[in-house]
Design a protein around this ligand. Structure first.
Ligand SMILES: Cc1cc2nc3c(=O)[nH]c(=O)nc-3n(C[C@H](O)[C@H](O)[C@H](O)COP(=O)(O)O)c2cc1C
Length: 199
């Protein structure tokens, strides 16, 4: 089958792309609004895009033609966010935080998610997440009803035991979830293998 995306409505374009370009990592993003009220939501249009400087990007779609989702609105107000990776025990609550709450109501409070203070940003981080990346906004590019938020990563917090004493990942200990076919499918990552590169 061949799809001409120019001739399809946005919902079909989303379903096709979001189901086929998989697995995607999931950014579970915490933010605060200008009054310090916390917010958490997952975003799987997400990845890391470089290390010098260390950058991540994720893409909240607008609520309607021009209204940003709370995460994007808060980042516009404060310029700060924390990206968390999600593993299987956190999968259900991560999805629960995708429900649309009125602006200012906290998914962290609603789901009694414990937090820890961050080092650089005012946004708290989720204590149980295996990985947390403290970020400041580098820039936000608006393309149609998408906002591509690019962040600089300042601190990386890793759950005790995931890295060895030299700072290398223990592959058998880290199993982030992958986002699969839209809207509700996920993959486990506990069947990893190695393909050495050519010299
Ligand atoms: C696993 C998962 C991934 C998601 N990825 C995105 C995404 O990349 N972009 C987006 O706009 N919404 C995405 N959503 C939907 C948002 O999480 C949802 O709209 C949420 O209510 C936004 O919350 P906020 O307004 O507090 O930022 C995703 C939902 C789930 C469950």
């Amino acid at each position: 089958m061949t799809f001409n995306l120019e001739k399809l409505p946005p919902g079909d374009r989303y379903r096709i792309l979001a189901s086929l370009v998989t697995p995607r990592p999931i950014a579970w993003v915490t933010t605060c609004d200008q009054d310090g009220r916390t917010n958490a939501a997952p975003y799987s249009f997400f990845n890391v895009f470089g290390s010098n400087p260390p950058i991540v990007a994720f893409a909240p779609g607008n609520k309607d033609r021009s209204t940003p989702k709370d995460t994007a609105r808060n980042i516009r107000e404060t310029g700060e966010f924390v990206v968390h990776m999600v593993d299987e025990p956190l999968g259900e609550v991560m999805v629960a935080t995708s429900a649309t709450l009125p602006h200012g109501e906290s998914e962290l409070d609603l789901h009694t998610l414990a937090t820890l203070p961050s080092e650089k940003v005012k946004v708290p981080r989720i204590a149980d997440a295996p990985v947390a990346l403290e970020c400041t906004e580098h820039s936000t590019i608006e393309i149609g009803s998408n906002r591509l938020i690019i962040g600089i990563v300042h601190f990386v917090h890793v759950r005790e035991g995931l890295m060895d004493e030299k700072g290398y990942l223990r592959h058998d200990s880290y199993h982030p979830l992958g986002r699969m076919s839209a809207p509700d499918w996920y993959s486990r990552t506990n069947d990893q293998y190695e393909i050495p590169r050519p010299d």
